[in-house]
Ligand binder design. Sequence first.
Ligand code: ADP
Ligand code: MG
Ligand code: ZN
Length: 617
Amino acid sequence: EAFIPKIIEVNYIEGSGDKRWSSHDFPWTKELEVNNKKVFGNHSFRPNQREVINATMSGCDVFVLMPTGGGKSLTYQLPALVCHGITLVISPLVSLIQDQIMHLLQLNIPAAYLSANMEWTEQQEILRELNSDYCKYKLLYVTPEKVVKSDNLLRHLENLHVRELLARIVIDEAHCVSQWGHDFRPDYQGLGILKQKFPNTPVLALTATATASVKEDVVQALGLVNCVVFRQSFNRPNLWYSVVPKTKKCLEDIDKFIRENHFDECGIIYCLSRMDCEKVASNLQECGHKCAFYHGTMDPAQRAFVQKQWSKDEINIICATVAFGMGINKPDVRFVIHHSLPKSIEGYHQECGRAGRDGQRSSCVLYYNYSDYIRVKHMISQGAIEQSPMASGYNRSNMINPGSILETNTENLMRMVSYCENDVDCRRLLQLVHFGEKFNSSTCHKTCDNCLKITNFIEKDVTDIAKQLVELVKLTGQRFSSSHILEVYRGSFSQMVKKNRHETVSLHGAGKHLGKGEASRILHHLVVEDILVEEVKKSDYYGSVSSILKVNELKVCNLFAGHRIILRFPSTVKALKPGKSDVTPAKGSLTSGKPNVIPTNAPQPQTEVDLNLSAKL
Ligand code: ADP
Ligand code: MG
Ligand code: ZN
């Protein structure tokens, strides 16, 4: 069920295990160490920082995959300081750039930026400085638009290059190059021009989110040659992951969760829509939490104010869209809650990554129900979803292929659904496999909901159930939603079922021996596998989108041609059944439909408590 990315042959060299790059004998080693301490105030290097710096200063093209907060900036700011000439940095957001410049100027490192919305005279001033014999800047930041659209800038870069003053080109947030990434920026694709114009200038590409296919895209689009790749584990051992069924009582659940686990601590609640942000915030305020909302339609001053209040601990909780979080460096964020389904696993990983920067234990709780999937899908198709600011400038007219982007988005979302529906596999494994990283679930040490509740698995062949579900979709005319199909399959006599005379359909009740969660996991697996397709039905009532299931005839033949479907289920329920009838079996464990709040300090998982009980009896 997990997504295994394709590993493609490419022209890059693994740098991570290579001793050469960790050597302390480079001619610049001493100077690096001195400046790292004196100028940047760091006592040592973090993992891979020394290696990356040595590789880029040796003149190689370098690709760095390092988690958010890992310290990517130092890997170019320190070389910029000690190298002759100027370092060009391409960064997707003016606000990110301004943060960096402010930081550099505080350290007394001369730096400047150019952006399209800057005063003309101010731009001229900076360009003149670039032309001068002795250019004072060590770093020049620009947005990708500037590089792609301004011939004037390119001329100045050429001029610097001729005078051997263009030390290095840095592409920050390099995943924006790729359509497979979650923050695609068309202008990033034009950055290949830099390598064409300056083939001998080393390029350093940095990102915190890249699957194998994104990395491939970036290397190709930028035209990197024999590039050295540094990557490190994306696992964040101090983050505790769980997915909790989202019910009508979701807000009460969130309030309770915070109260019991993180009262008066700092956190972020990610919401899908602006309306949700405001609703969740006001609800939690009523419950006595110090909280505020943050989204894209607020004016910049308002947003900055809220962010500042939060940074200074004047408020604890921010209810925000994904517009919030970029460049945020608050170390003591103790929880990240997702009130709705994130758009992709990469996005989810990055949003969760804002918790626990200080290495202390923090919670990541995702409230999930299947109808949110329909909602997100609809919003994506309408272009109504708020983007992370990195993906702004996302403009339909200059998109390479809008159709394929929609497809990619839908696929990314589907993987997220599959992640949520999976109540068996380790959450870390499910996330990391997405980054092309192998992970041994036993090293999770029960810090995710699935590892916590499951001790044993059984594998079940569910092919026959799958065939019945497909058959049922056909029998009922391919015009009902998945929840309706499940009702019929499990033998409900609800008004809706009766009204459509489904109680007379031959497969009515064929799945009554199955738990609701079990049947729905199989059905959703069929959607993930593209055997059943979910068609969004438009509705003018905002927020209430419905969908109908159809059969994909192209794929369904596999199912009837002997292709088996095997899913893993926890075997804890089985283990309990032979016990005494007065011991309540742990119903929740086979189904994903039962609230099982994973408090971060729950002493024992429910199922284990029950097992102990039955052992005693
Ligand atoms: P990234 O770009 O990878 O998300 P940043 O470059 O913004 O991360 O760095 C995150 C934080 O880590 C910054 O506050 C930075 O000062 C700090 N940092 C970076 N390198 C070191 C180091 N070697 N020692 C201590 N702190 C560091
Ligand atoms: Mg960064
Ligand atoms: Zn786990």
